[in-house]
Design a protein around this ligand. Structure first.
Ligand code: GLN
Length: 332
């Protein structure tokens, strides 16, 4: 049976592609890019260098809870930077959009995701919640009686967005915790500018844990579909993200979701998206659903090459670009 939200989504877009169309295009994209070996695994986190770079999975989850998936759909990869979107959503649930905007901001940096130069240069220092500095500051906003309490709240919240309980991949956490001097340095810079809101190293530790959460590609697509569906998880029907915050989150993803690759992405694809150095990317089609792709090989900006190509292909064929007059959201 269709949920009331699905009925609403269909009303908003009577022309969203049907399942058969979407399935055919995803199959085409899969076949076209399956043997593409461009890019390379992240290696600054030692664990990620050893992940099998041939793994490749694609999933679409729609606001009416249809699931379409292909390839490696069981493997739980580390969510990495995609976590930043959901900690942002959680901070906004707790504090409201205005307070989060005041404390973090939403300006693209045009620099690498872990750039200390951006922290020094940007008037807000935090820049936006989707680069490391802004994300660590966003994590520091989450309320809780102890570090463990904050971390457990974050993990539970991600699980609600994914529609299933998620867990920490301890090997990823250990590997990253042993090599995160750069993130600790960012947190101390933020402290210098009074732009971090808890003990800096505690915030970095919780941030490192949130990046080490495991998700499979279907769970990731469902996390995206939750944003597409006004913050309601299409599988559980639960309001996870406050609806009024969704447009702020998506616009931030549009500007900064692929770091210094965000401009090119907006140009070519026109969808809010977020990447992680674990090889995942999720793109949101507001009111329709989300597409997630997992493939570990990254470009120089730290974005999965294959995931970008697959999403670009599917988005073009299915007229998803939000800025196109042909966009499925605008057709009569
Ligand atoms: N945990 C990673 C880091 O802090 C996340 C970066 C990413 O996915 N771009 O460097």
């Amino acid at each position: 049976m269709l949920s009331p939200y699905a009925a609403l989504a269909q009303k908003t877009s009577p022309v969203a592609p049907n399942r058969a169309q979407a399935e055919a295009i995803v199959k085409e994209a899969y076949a076209k890019f399956v043997s593409d070996t461009s890019g390379k695994n992240a290696d600054y986190i030692p664990f990620l260098a050893q992940v099998d770079s041939k793994m490749f999975g694609v999933a679409i989850v729609t606001v009416d809870n249809q699931v379409l998936s292909m390839g490696e759909i069981k493997y739980a990869f580390s969510i990495q930077s995609i976590s930043k979107v959901y900690t942002l959503a959680m901070a906004m649930n707790e504090l409201g959009a205005d307070r989060v905007f005041d404390r973090i901001g939403s300006e693209p940096t045009g620099r690498a995701f872990n750039s200390p130069v951006a922290v020094v240069d940007m008037p807000t220092h935090t820049a936006n919640p989707l680069v490391n500095a802004g994300a660590i500051a966003t994590t520091s906003l989450i309320a809780g009686s102890s570090a463990d309490d904050k971390w457990n709240k974050i993990l539970d919240f991600y699980g609600e967005a994914a529609g299933e309980k998620l867990s920490l991949i301890d090997e990823v956490y250990q590997s990253e915790a042993a090599t995160n001097a750069g993130n600790k340095a960012l947190s101390m810079l933020l402290a210098k500018y009074e732009r971090i809101y808890s003990d800096p190293f505690t915030a970095v530790d919780i941030y490192t844990k949130q990046c080490s959460v495991g998700v499979n590609v279907v769970q990731l697509a469902r996390m995206g579909a939750t944003l597409a569906n006004n913050g309601v998880n299409p599988t559980t029907g639960k309001q996870v993200v406050k609806a009024e915050n969704v447009p702020y989150i998506l616009s931030t993803m549009m500007m900064a979701g692929l770091y210094d690759g965000s401009g090119g992405w907006a140009w070519k694809v026109g969808l809010p998206a977020k990447s992680g150095v674990g090889g995942g990317i999720v793109a949101v089609v507001p009111g329709k659903g989300a597409i997630a792709v997992f493939s570990p090989r990254l470009d120089d900006a730290g974005n999965s090459v294959k995931a970008q190509r697959v999403i670009e292909y599917v988005a073009q064929k299915l007229d998803f670009n939000l800025f196109s007059p042909r966009s499925v959201g605008l057709k009569q």
